[in-house]
Design a protein around this ligand. Structure first.
Ligand code: SAH
Length: 294
């Protein structure tokens, strides 16, 4: 039976509102920043093989905040290098915000930004049509693999671009997170859209294992306050619920049974813990660092 539910990704303005609310209610970016400043520096130190010019690709960079945090660590580990940076981002709104952010910075002259307003698949086609494609030293795809049609092909392609000592950084929700539990239970009812997938790092790791690709992983514990989701009619709660289910106006469009089942699981200890009257959802992320094939 066809699902009457519509994916949130088809309504960009509501998606962006939900995403910003999610950032406010969660420690999503804090846990990434901790990783970037504490663990990533050593990983970045190993890339480049002593070269004075690095090629970097950001896939689904969003508004660039996380990118620039990574660049500050890259610069500390590789002082004096110049960087050719390919930003691959289909949303014009995000690219605009990125450029606004750059206009406020003055110490990024060592980076040449190349804007690719396109999806990763379009970038792949463009890259393949070039006669002498360059290899990349560092590629990141942070919280974006949910939006590609073929997760495995995307990883395979970008991993193949890595130069000697290059690294591919992937961040997604962990298979052990509340998201993992939610998607495992409701995958067939919720993830109905070809460009929005319920993929976690557990799926990525089993793919990398099957391809015998070498990688390391790091769990990033993170939380999200979803208390408002349980107040009927609460605007903030409904937007968060849309984000959690990746469904446009979930409260209004889901069947009463599905809605009740989703809310029950969201409150279940498998997904959340209750503390001081708040419901705190397990938003644990995981970083996977894939090596170049040698
Ligand atoms: N990396 C950023 C943004 C994550 S949101 C951060 O962590 O803050 C996911 C981003 O992926 C959005 O900016 C979205 O526009 C972008 N995106 C969606 N589909 C994509 C695709 N097929 N290829 C590349 N990027 C995509």
């Amino acid at each position: 039976m066809a699902s009457p539910l519509r994916s949130l990704v088809y309504d960009d303005s509501r998606y962006q509102k939900a995403f910003h609310l999610f950032l406010e209610c969660s420690s999503e970016h804090q846990c990434m920043q901790d990783f970037i400043h504490k663990i990533l520096p050593e990983i970045l130190a190993g890339i480049g093989d002593g070269k004075s010019h690095l090629n970097v690709i950001g896939v689904g960079s969003g508004d660039g905040h996380i990118d620039l945090e990574m660049f500050s660590e890259l610069r500390l580990k590789h002082p004096g290098v110049t960087v050719d940076y390919q930003v691959v981002e289909p949303s014009s709104q995000q690219l605009h915000s990125y450029k606004v952010l750059l206009a406020q910075k003055s110490d990024l002259d060592y980076i040449t930004f190349n804007w690719n307003k396109m999806t990763s698949a379009e970038f792949e086609d463009q890259w393949k049509s070039k006669q002498t494609p360059k290899k990349a030293d560092f590629i990141h795809m942070i919280q974006m693999l949910y939006y590609v049609k073929d997760v495995e092909a995307t990883i395979r392609f970008f991993q193949s671009l890595l130069d000697k000592h290059g690294k591919l950084l992937i961040i997604l929700v962990s298979g052990e997170s509340g998201w993992g539990k939610l998607w495992k239970t409701f995958r067939t009812q919720l993830c109905m859209c070809e460009i929005s997938q319920c993929v976690t790092t557990a799926d990525v790791k089993s793919f990398l294992d099957s391809e015998k690709l070498k990688y390391k992983s790091y769990a990033l514990p993170s939380q999200m306050d979803i208390t408002e989701c349980f107040t009927e009619g609460d605007e903030k709660g409904e937007l968060l619920l849309d984000f959690l289910t990746e469904t446009d106006h979930f409260s209004r469009t889901a069947s009463p049974q599905l809605k009740a089942d989703v809310l029950k699981l969201l409150r279940d200890p498998a997904c959340s813990l209750e503390s001081n009257g708040r419901v705190i959802f397990n938003n644990t992320l995981e970083v996977i660092i894939v090596d170049a094939t040698t």
